[in-house]
Design a protein around this ligand. Structure first.
Ligand code: MRU
Length: 356
């Protein structure tokens, strides 16, 4: 796959010393970049879903720390390392589930601790740019490895948006789909609409149409039916391919709410379930999925639809943004370091200690 594809969808741009985020809340209707000039606005943009998707959140936080460092250093060059801790904490509070956020903050903090240079901002910007670049490279590698698992031309189903928009570029799950489509292994993509934020309808469908990959939208509730009837088609759904926000040490996978039910459906219908995520999404400090913090968002997002109140007054709601799929339902975890089939603790440990 040529670099043209991932180069053309850019959720995060660092330009002229400032951070620009493509406002994903407005897609696909409007393509507007927001310029962020202080760390509080960066954290707010993450919370408010201007930028979303685990790797994209981590990259954004890294650039946010560059902005914070510039401000703190210009205020007091003797005390900036202590002062910036408050900014790192502000970013850490922006969303709880995607571990890429905490991974990026920890990496930047370690470098800050050791910086002796007169110009710390240049060093931090180089690191943020490297995090961004490494993520795109990881996605291209995962695209290649994931596509190898798909043996015959088929259709696949995906959930939420794990595409270029959710990453530095190219995408995790959609990266595999892009690579496998280029090899004629995937002929059709079914995209779950993904209530309440409609990442599937607004973002995944947009990315697929943009790349001329045939895409059909469905509401999550239609997935079981679609999988069942597609088995009689010329191109049956053979794989469900998703991204992840955090993978525990035993291979349990946190991803967008609704992913767990898809994994159960896959097992019931004898189709395969693939999770595509860079190793920055793997949290070896969390033994199993039950300890992964699950974000609870405002219930207004469920009680309304595109800003319009739709639920009966007085109805309660819950709004967990993620769920956890047990490792036993996962056929493959695809990372840039390699593929783990039927994940468990031993295999995950072997992957993470593998020297590449
Ligand atoms: O709430 P979101 O839109 O940030 O959720 C995104 C997902 O669940 C993605 O599948 C996940 O972050 C992987 S993105 C490569």
């Amino acid at each position: 796959m040529s670099s043209k594809v991932y180069d053309s969808i850019k959720p995060i741009i660092w330009q002229g010393g400032s951070l620009q985020l493509l406002d994903q809340r407005l897609l696909p209707t409007e393509h507007i970049y927001i310029t962020l000039r202080d760390v509080n606005s960066v954290a707010q943009a993450i919370t408010d879903m201007v930028v979303r998707g685990a790797p994209a959140i981590g990259i954004t936080a890294a650039y946010g720390i560059v902005i914070a460092a510039r401000h703190r250093f210009s205020e007091n060059s003797d005390n900036w390392k202590q002062a910036i801790e408050a900014d790192l904490e502000t970013l850490a509070q922006s969303r709880p589930t995607a571990v890429n956020l905490f991974w990026a903050i920890d990496l930047m903090r370690d470098v800050i601790k050791g910086i002796a240079a007169d110009d710390p901002i240049a060093t931090l910007l180089t690191l943020a740019r490297q995090i961004h670049k490494d993520d795109i490279e990881a996605n291209l590698k995962m695209g290649e490895l994931g596509a190898q698992l798909i043996e015959e031309p088929c259709a696949v189903l995906t959930h939420c948006n794990a595409g270029a928009l959710a990453t530095g570029g190219y995408g995790t799950a959609l990266g595999v789909i892009r690579s496998a489509f280029a090899q004629n292994k995937i002929q059709h993509v079914y995209a779950d609409e993904t209530r309440p934020w409609l990442q599937g309808a607004r973002l995944t469908a947009w990315e697929m149409v943009h790349d001329n990959i045939p895409v059909t939208l469905l509401v999550e509730g239609a997935a079981a039916h679609a999988i069942k009837i597609s088995q009689l088609d010329e191109t049956p759904i053979r794989w469900i391919i998703v991204g992840s926000d955090r993978i525990a040490a035993n291979g349990d996978v946190a991803n967008k709410i609704g992913t767990y039910s898809l994994a159960i459906l896959a097992r019931h219908h004898g189709i395969k379930f693939m999770v595509v995520a860079p190793t920055t999404t793997i949290d070896m400090n969390i033994t199993c999925g039950v300890d992964i913090p699950i974000e609870e968002r405002s219930i207004k997002e469920v009680l309304s639809c595109s800003g319009l109140e739709v639920a009966a007054k007085g109805a309660k709601a819950i709004n967990p943004a993620f769920d956890v799929t047990p490792a036993e339902l996962v056929d493959a975890i695809v990372t840039e370091k390699g593929v783990v089939l039927k994940p468990d603790t031993e295999k995950m440990k072997a992957l993470m200690t593998k020297v590449t």
